[in-house]
Design a protein around this ligand. Sequence first.
Ligand SMILES: [Fe+2]
Length: 386
Amino acid sequence: MNFEFYLPVEVIFGTGSLKKVGEIGRRFGYRVLVVTGRRSTKENGAIQTLVDSLKKNGAEEVFIFDQIDPNPTDKVVNLASELVVKEKIDYIVGLGGGSSLDSAKAISIVSSNEGYCWDYVNYPEGPRLIPFLNRPVICIPTTAGTGSEVNRYSVISNPIRKEKMVISHSLNYPKVAIVDPSLTVSMDRRLTAKTGVDALMHALESLTNRLSNQLAEELAIRSIQIIRDWLPVAIEEPENLKARSYMSYAAMLAGIAIDRKRVALIHGMEHPVSAHYPHVAHGDGLAALAVAVMEFNYRGNPEKYALFAELMGYPSHPHMAVKALEDFLQRVGMRLSLKELGVEREKLDRLAEDVYMLSRGLFAINPVEPTPEDVQRLYERSYEGY
Ligand SMILES: [Fe+2]
């Protein structure tokens, strides 16, 4: 057994841990930028708790950048980075779902180096620029899905190029993750389900792809078990703090698993969907593609798909993984098709082409290495759904 493991993120997990942010932040300075979405963190009071804690611990200036939308853009990252430079910000706090956390991390890189956000995304040939510096980032998730609080990825969209790409660099880790499950109770059922499915896809794809890392696999396995047991409860009983805690924990474990083992074709095929259709939530796009991709993939790693089936409570056969996934998506109200999400059939060629142009680096680690024609067929299979 050989594996490598490195995770330079301090994790503070627990209900009420948001209040510790000021105490932690004071290590990094006095001028803070908080990166968040437009509404929910104001409505549920999280932003107020955050600002109070920062002020109580000596923060001199707290700037709020609240223009982060789902599928955040390079433009918004550039805009916030200018503010960071202009206001001489010492450190950045990301508060929100994956969009806010990914943006906070990217803003740290872009504001600390030359160039613009798009210079740092990972094309198959590599990024245009390599960062040398960053600013400290504290990530505080308010959903349980992304895992961005514990990994090196930021997923950013470029609406002009219609591309959704990943920044992946060791300077893109947050310094601290504050995971306070009580922040997730205000998520409605739909958001709980789609973010939970994102976490499940991280665990599934990291468990089954061709990279090998025992430690990351253990995390993925545990994450799958927890999501199986607790996502339906979190959806049914939004205030159930035990369910919420387990989901925050599972999302975090899966976020670490993908930091080591990456994702695979389900993510690779989702990114062009939400790049061309920014109204599509990442979790919905994944759910629409997952079954078709798994049908294609399971023969490539029978042992792991049998394990997935077993973890989901089904007989331990590779093909049962597909049934297990279908049933679970059904149970959490996430049996979706690309058509239902508003994707146009005539766009499928372009989506398939984009997977090849932008994400073909994932092909070699996918359980079955796809051809561009396979990808096209999988989009078609996912179009009407089942
Ligand atoms: Fe994801």
